[in-house]
Design a protein around this ligand. Structure first.
Ligand SMILES: Cc1ncc(COP(=O)(O)O)c(C=O)c1O
Length: 479
């Protein structure tokens, strides 16, 4: 730990020779070699984030170097953002942007998947942990944990800060969200599971986009619901067609991902939203808008999309949200924003407690939310870059087409002459794991499509595209 009882920990100069090991071996200037050794110690976890490095003079004497060499080495580390130096408090270890936000291991147990030698995995469209901000948030939680536990009012609502922050964000976007409109859940999937438990019975009908998020398909299927596809058009939602489907099918629940839809990245236009708003008044279905991707808006300087329900009194519209894509899926924090009657009904379900986020996740999430804008600014810039990189590579292929999405985490690739199931099978033999299109289809269709996430750094995307090209050539060769 970099902090002991709230105080910053220093690494004594005397520990450096042992910690850095045989750092002098190799080529280049001594200052460069020392900087490389420090970077390696940070990567290996021998030098934890936040610890303070010894003063230049002390380290120079300990390592038998001229002070100027250590100063030059610290200067290199500063330029690479591996240390930050503050007047009066010395230099401490930080994570540079190129190491931060990497594809950190996901917190869920994926069994044996992801072990060494496993293929390059493009089946997961998830952001990595924002390491620096996450660590800072966790430290703050640790430092104040005793006070939090002692001061808990006993209502089981470990500080309501998180709920308030989420409610404030809705209010700031014009949707009143007070007094019982919010229920916290352990992620958006848990929110969908709760809604499904409350509103679906075997054979209940659910209308949803096709393609759509596979997790939602799994939840609704496991409730025994009958799924009815509403196909998306290449540009988005055909609201009159959706209206007709709702009139004919009369579903118990309608599930829509209107903001940077998974897997297509599509965004419902403002005109469509207005039309949907007016048409929904005539239907008696619970419409669930899954806003998990809402913050991954990759348009420059854009205003957030409007919401279909604009009053707190709407009993037909439910919003599901999550911190998984904007911050980190390892924190299991999501929510349902709905009319208080709906929230009461959901909260009363016996399964509600098991689907609530843990108090520790809530405490960390509340702190992390204070840093969300910085994380999101960085993340959006990185995703824009990676999206453009992947699009540029894929646009060279005559055998597929796609639209560059305005947000989200993936490209939805249409294969012009091949089946995605076959291509994904071949890609696996070229060490590339892909999700074929049928996973996203309520009816098992869409075999002409592949989802390609752009969550990996450009070098990994290049390797993925190279392997995809090899797999496609093998497919053509076999046909
Ligand atoms: C549209 C959508 N909803 C929900 C989820 C799952 O979110 P969570 O991790 O909060 O359960 C995902 C994850 O990919 C998603 O794309």
């Amino acid at each position: 730990m970099a902090y002991v009882n709230g105080a910053i920990r220093r690494v004594p100069a005397s520990q450096f020779p042992q910690m850095l090991g045989d750092w002098r071996v190799g080529d280049g200037l001594l200052a460069r070699r020392l900087a490389n050794a420090v970077e390696k110690a940070v990567r290996d976890g021998r030098l934890p984030l936040g610890v303070q490095l010894p003063a230049e003079r002390l380290l120079a004497s300990e390592l038998g170097l001229a002070r100027g060499t250590v100063a030059a080495s610290y200067q290199l580390l500063r330029a690479e953002h591996l240390i930050v130096t503050r007047t009066g408090s010395g230099s401490s270890v930080s994570l540079p942007p190129r190491l931060d936000d990497r594809l950190a291991p996901w917190a869920g147990d994926r069994g044996e998947a992801g072990k060494n030698g496993a293929p390059l995995d493009l089946t997961i469209a998830e952001p990595a942990a924002p390491c620096n901000e996450l660590l800072q948030s966790m430290r703050e939680v640790t430092d104040s944990l005793l006070a939090t536990l002692l001061n808990d009012p006993g209502e089981g609502d470990y500080p309501s800060t998180l709920r308030t922050a989420i409610a404030d964000a809705y209010e700031a976007q014009g949707l009143p969200t007070r007094d019982g409109c919010l229920l916290l859940t352990s992620g958006a999937d848990s929110a969908l599971a709760l809604l499904s438990a409350a509103y679906l019975r075997a054979s209940s009908r659910v209308v949803l986009d096709s393609p759509t998020y596979p997790g939602a398909l799994a939840v609704f299927r496991s409730a025994g619901a009958r799924l009815v596809s509403q196909p998306l058009t290449p540009t988005g939602w055909d609201i009159p067609a959706l209206d007709r489907t709702l009139r004919t099918v009369r579903p118990s629940l309608t599930y829509l991902v209107a903001d940077f839809h998974n897997p297509t990245g599509l965004l419902m236009g403002e005109e469509e939203r207005a039309e949907l708003r007016s048409r929904l008044r005539h239907h008696d279905t619970l419409v669930v808008f899954d806003e998990t991707m809402r913050d991954l808006d990759l348009r420059e300087d854009a205003v957030p999309p409007s919401r279909v329900a604009e009053s707190a009194g709407d009993r037909h519209v439910v919003y599901v949200g999550s911190l998984s894509k904007s911050l980190w899926p390892g924190l299991r924090v999501g929510w349902i924003r709905a009319h208080p009657d709906i929230v009461r009904r959901l909260a009363a379900l016996p399964i509600a407690a098991a689907l609530a986020p843990s108090p520790l996740d809530r405490l960390v999430a509340a702190r992390l939310l204070e840093r969300q804008e910085a994380v999101l600014d960085r993340r959006r810039a990185q995703l824009r870059f990676q999206r453009n990189h992947l699009a540029a590579r894929l646009s060279a292929f005559p055998w597929c087409r796609f639209q560059v999405p305005q947000g989200g985490l993936s490209l939805w690739l249409e294969l012009l002459h091949a089946e995605s199931r076959q291509l994904a099978n071949l890609a696996a033999t070229h060490k590339l794991a892909l999700t074929p299109g049928f996973h996203f289809s309520p009816d098992g269709a869409l075999d002409g499509y592949l989802r390609i996430p752009f969550t990996l750094p450009p070098e990994a995307l290049d390797t993925a595209v190279d392997r995809l090209t090899e797999a496609y050539a093998a497919l053509e060769g076999s046909g």
